[in-house]
Design a binder for this molecule. Structure first.
Ligand code: ADP
Length: 242
């Protein structure tokens, strides 16, 4: 079942001669628990696609559905709740708050959502430990390496059972080893049910995804489909034929 669906999504900025068509009739369906990588040249609409998928911006035309619910049918409050509870964002430059420790950064979204501080801290600490960062919880971002910071940012994006992870060049500022560690973490989150869309320039990292979508001038131009597995071939057979 698709967790994220973009139906005929177009987005233009500006008007008249200054109008830019950032996305043009994009259709994208991302199954729950799968990892989709988006690749394309600079200015092709990758970030716009992510911000629209995460309800940070509205499409000019078309529809976005998250977990079967059309964003256009939601009230402002519903969308704010969706952004607080369901969607997690990761950016290239980490965006951790410098005055908070790793644990406090990860606990923050829970606290903003009304979870008691002690419980939020415990949940954040457990998640960091689970992600192999147990010993780093009390450190401030400037005491962490770039790779560690990005892993903390991923923890912050998935804490509290959020189910849609949108990452814009999460490995863009990292060396290949740390980039791989970040991708491995995202893949692990997917295997536990998180749905992820990751923009990357790195074909090697993109190859870890279940599907790679190529975008150019605001249009999806190509998609790789994973090779069939014995299970998926059986799923296509009528039940009586098995
Ligand atoms: P990418 O992430 O692939 O580099 P973007 O989604 O950032 O591409 O941008 C796609 C196009 O939309 C570009 O031409 C960009 O200049 C334009 N664009 C993006 N955001 C805005 C904005 N807020 N206002 C005007 N134009 C924008």
């Amino acid at each position: 079942m698709s967790f994220l669906e973009l139906k005929d999504v177009s987005k233009s900025y500006g008007t008249g001669a200054a109008e830019v068509q950032a996305l043009c009739a994009v259709n994208l369906s991302v199954a729950q628990g799968s990892l989709v990588a988006i690749m394309g040249p600079s200015g092709s609409g990758k970030s716009t696609l992510l911000t629209i998928a995460g309800s940070l911006e509205e499409p000019t035309t078309g529809e976005v559905l998250i977990d079967g619910r059309a964003l256009s049918s939601m009230s402002r409050n519903d969308k704010a709740r969706l952004r607080r509870r369901t969607v997690g964002y990761v950016f290239q430059d980490f965006n951790l708050l410098a005055g908070l420790t790793a644990v406090e950064n990860v606990a923050l979204p829970l606290e903003l959502d009304g979870v008691a501080s002690r419980h939020a801290t415990r949940t954040a600490g457990a998640l960091l430990a689970d992600l192999g960062l147990g010993g780093r919880g009390g450190h401030y971002p400037d005491e962490l390496s770039g790779g560690e910071r990005q892993r903390v940012a991923i923890a912050r994006a998935i804490v509290g059972d959020r189910s849609l992870l949108l990452a814009d060049e999460p490995s863009g500022a990292l060396d290949s080893l740390n980039g791989e560690a970040v991708m491995r973490l995202i893949l692990r989150a997917c295997r536990s049910g998180v749905t992820a869309v990751v923009v990357t320039h790195d074909a090697q990292l993109a190859s870890w995804a279940d599907r790679v979508v190529f975008i150019r001038d605001g249009r999806i131009v190509d998609q790789t489909v994973p090779p069939p597995t014995p299970e998926s071939l059986l799923e296509d057979l009528p039940a009586r034929g098995r």
